[in-house]
Write a protein that binds this ligand. Structure first.
Ligand SMILES: [Zn+2]
Ligand SMILES: [Zn+2]
Length: 352
């Protein structure tokens, strides 16, 4: 009675249902991707052409967390859901057809003049037509990797190129400083938007103090990346670039210039004070100790007081960090250009 259905089920046994998942690019030509690393699941896009021409099948990197996995693993949640639905539709379609065929065969075998005749009907609505999978809206921030030229786009921050994993230190640096400035811009509206005055004050303070800490961290990462990019650079301890004096000394060894030459004594002293304040915020809950007064030369505080950080001061810190960072970048670019034109086998020239 159920010959066709049994045949259909028999065909399914041990078989895989294959679905043709054709992902469309968005209006700007980018394909949707998602990090397969569970706590991350960062959504980003890669230019369709670069996905096929530049990105390797063996390894793709998450722009946010740096997780590496083969190219086939980067389907988005929507794409997987779409494929599941398509597979399900394909199955129910086959199931439905087999049942209808069985019913027809059965009904045909019933003789009309029989005393009792049983006919079979297969109820059910036809399968809904599955719409093709459309791409999500284009993302505004588009990045082109300085190393492999792969084009990708993200919302928020990106740290790694999906194709080569290159750590985009330069891009990260300017991005972090932009973010700090943008969050300082929000402070006045925050005080109006949060009705609870205590909560508003806390939120504003943590944005401002967080901004100062982020500015120092952004500089530290950038200086570190430029420093280690120089094959002639000596070994540096972890967090060496959190300390301006130590960082300047190391920089001089690698590139022949000091921070003071770049910023001048006054700006460097001011920046040094912000670095010391970051240290207090990070390790002493902002409480001033004797060490701070000596090292920063800041006579406006006594030991035991708490730092009062104004948004304007954080902006100054961001400006100084940017100014010094730009000069360090120029140093590194000059050195890289010289290494390229230096005679074969010269110091600091590496093969490959
Ligand atoms: Zn990730
Ligand atoms: Zn790249």
């Amino acid at each position: 009675m159920f010959d066709e259905l049994l045949k259909f089920l028999g065909k399914l046994d041990g078989q895989q249902v294959s679905v043709n998942l054709e992902c469309q690019a968005d209006a700007d030509g980018y394909l949707d991707k998602e990090c397969p690393n569970d706590p991350c699941r960062f959504g980003f896009k890669v230019h369709e052409q670069d996905w096929s021409d530049i990105v390797r099948d063996e390894e793709v990197f998450c722009p946010s967390c740096g997780h590496a996995a083969p190219a086939q693993d980067w389907l988005t949640t929507e794409q997987v859901e779409w494929a599941k639905q398509a597979a399900f539709n394909q199955l129910t379609d086959g199931f439905d057809q087999a049942m209808r065929q069985d019913a027809n065969d059965w009904n045909r075998r019933q003789r009309p003049n029989q005393l009792v005749s049983i006919t079979m009907q297969v109820a059910g609505t036809p399968e809904p037509v599955q719409l093709p999978l459309t791409a999500t809206e284009p993302m505004r921030l588009k990045i082109s990797c300085e190393k492999c030229n792969c084009r990708y786009s993200v919302i928020g921050s990106a740290y790694f190129c999906p194709s080569c994993g290159h750590n985009a230190a330069d891009h990260m640096f300017s991005q972090s400083l932009d973010k700090i400035r943008a969050s300082l811009d929000v402070v006045p509206t925050l005080k109006v938007a949060i009705p609870d005055r205590d909560a508003a004050e806390h939120a504003a303070r943590s944005l401002i103090e967080g901004g100062l800490q982020s500015a120092v961290t952004a500089f530290q990462r950038f200086a570190e990346a430029l420093f280690t990019a120089n094959p002639a650079a000596p070994k540096a301890r972890r967090n060496a670039f959190q300390n301006l004096e130590e960082g300047s000394r190391l920089w001089h060894q690698a590139y022949g210039t000091t921070y003071e030459q770049h910023l001048g004594a006054d700006d460097l002293t001011e920046l040094g004070r912000y670095f010391q304040q970051r240290h207090l915020l990070a390790h002493k809950d902002g409480l001033v100790d004797a060490d701070y007064v000596v090292k920063s030369g800041d006579a406006s505080y006594r030991e035991g007081q708490r730092l009062v950080i104004q948004a304007a001061a954080v902006r100054c810190c961001v400006d100084l960090v940017e100014k010094l960072g730009n000069m360090l970048r120029a140093d590194a670019q000059t050195a890289a250009a010289q290494a390229k034109t230096a005679p074969e086998g010269g110091p600091g020239v590496s093969g490959g």
